[in-house]
Design a protein around this ligand. Structure first.
Ligand code: AMP
Ligand code: GLY
Length: 422
């Protein structure tokens, strides 16, 4: 089967790496891909939101299945675009419809969905004026959490300690700080605890749970500094005990999938549950309608199942009979980033991987292939180095060894990934 994978980050290299070992995938195309995905298939210079360009390529190739990595094409309705086009209707797309992608595309939608289905999450109010917001903020104790309703490239959440500052920040958001995305703001009660990421694959009726992971969002060691897309990840997460898993499945995963089915929302894809453990009780911080990045870089390498097998069962409605088979080893990813990230950063520097560390996966994120076949940096997050171990420390130390050997101007990474879990 010919597969088109949309996206070009570390997550997509992790997908492409799985497909490259999958007997169900005879040819893989990645749009736009990166220098790493080019080693697993053929990169196609198409934007993930160029639906007409994607249509033309899919029909010409021809492609038999489309797999969507990032949220933007899903929120913009790529699944509906395929369903509504007579020429594309029979080509399956792995990912939710626009209605399902609202779980990520609108924080207000996600909160109302959770309220309808009794799913535990922070108390909140959806506001479009400062006056409404100020009144609700007065009912909360700080810190204050303000979320742009729509997609804001991961930057739309502000957390402020002081109420007056929160009111001012709310005014700036509502005035269009994040464009249309912040004309509506969700204000939330602050939850104090430790976050983790859970993933399910669903056909809209049944679901299967993938290994959980912990992501390291802050740029600095000791979880300090600005938020990033993710500086590293570990899977499994030791504090997610069988008891916590039981609560996560019965209170969050099962009601979410049942809620989608009850509301007749077409959802054939991944659900990412951004969770927080508050004194042993799980709450939803956010939903995403896709796999996580860098979580995929530790979750997929632990998965023995072939992705095509899983996706066929999603499409046939046989997901209920599939067994998820994972390796017990711990996987840890250390993300190499460009100097200055998450602020302004350099691009176009030559990257030399150095002598390979045995067993380490070099999953490219922001890279591209230069004119002479060299690897060039091309994004803030440049490369995820994933290793395995019997302990977190063993896995991380392999990735750190690789991190030292990779060379490019301005290279930066955190050395403390996983330390809090040991
Ligand atoms: P989100 O984009 O909704 O995941 O929010 C980004 C980050 O803000 C999360 O990963 C959390 O670290 C933090 N955050 C969001 N909502 C809350 C909350 N209600 N309480 C505490 N922290 C939060
Ligand atoms: N690592 C968080 C995300 O993918 O949104």
């Amino acid at each position: 089967m010919n597969i088109l994978l949309l996206g070009g980050g570390g997550r997509e290299h992790a997908f492409a790496h799985k497909f490259a070992q999958d007997p169900g995938c005879s040819a893989l195309f990645i749009a736009p891909g990166n220098a790493g995905t080019a080693l697993c298939g053929t990169n196609i210079p198409l934007s993930v939101t160029d639906f007409e360009g994607i249509k033309e390529f899919v029909l010409r190739q021809p492609i038999q299945m489309v797999v969507v990595g990032p949220e933007e094409p899903l929120v913009r309705g790529i699944v509906d675009f395929f369903k509504n086009d007579p020429l594309l209707r029979d080509i399956p797309v792995i990912g939710p419809s626009a209605a399902g992608a609202q779980l990520e595309g609108s924080k207000a939608f996600a909160k109302k969905f959770m309220a309808r289905h009794g799913i535990p999450t922070a108390r909140y109010r959806e506001v479009t004026t400062v006056a409404e917001g100020e009144a609700f903020l007065k009912t909360l104790a700080g810190p204050y959490v303000l979320k742009a309703d729509g997609l804001a490239a991961g930057k739309g959440v502000l957390i402020l300690d002081d109420r007056a500052e929160a009111v001012e920040a709310l005014g700036t958001m509502l005035a269009g700080q994040f464009g249309e995305a912040s004309r509506r703001v969700v204000i939330e009660e602050f939850l104090s605890g430790i976050e983790f990421s859970v993933f399910a694959l669903t056909d809209g009726q049944d679901y299967r749970i993938l290994p959980e992971a912990k992501d390291y969002k802050r740029v600095g060691e000791g979880d300090t500094g600005l938020n990033t897309g993710g500086m590293g990840a570990v899977s499994p997460v030791p504090f997610v005990t069988p008891e916590l898993w039981e609560k996560v499945e019965s209170r969050i995963i099962r009601p979410t999938v049942a809620g989608l089915a009850a509301e007749q929302i077409d959802y054939k894809g991944f659900v990412f549950f951004g969770l927080i453990n508050v004194a042993g009780e799980p709450f939803v911080i956010e939903y995403n309608c896709r796999m996580g990045d860098p979580e995929t870089e530790v979750v997929f390498p632990r998965l023995n199942n072939h992705l095509t097998e899983l996706f066929h069962s999603v499409l046939d409605g046989t997901l209920g009979s599939v067994r998820i088979d994972t390796i017990p080893e711990i996987a840890a990813a250390v993300m190499l980033t460009a100097g200055g990230y998450p602020g302004d950063y350099r691009k176009g520097d030559i990257l030399r991987p150095g002598a390979p560390v045995e067993g380490c996966l070099y999953l490219h994120a922001g890279t591209k292939t230069g004119g002479q076949g060299e690897i060039l940096t091309n994004g803030g997050r440049v490369m995820a180095l994933t290793s395995f171990g019997k302990t977190i420390a063993e896995a991380v130390s392999r990735s750190l060894e690789a991190a030292e050997r990779v060379e490019f101007e301005g290279k930066y990474y955190r050395r403390d990934i996983g330390q809090d879990l040991q």
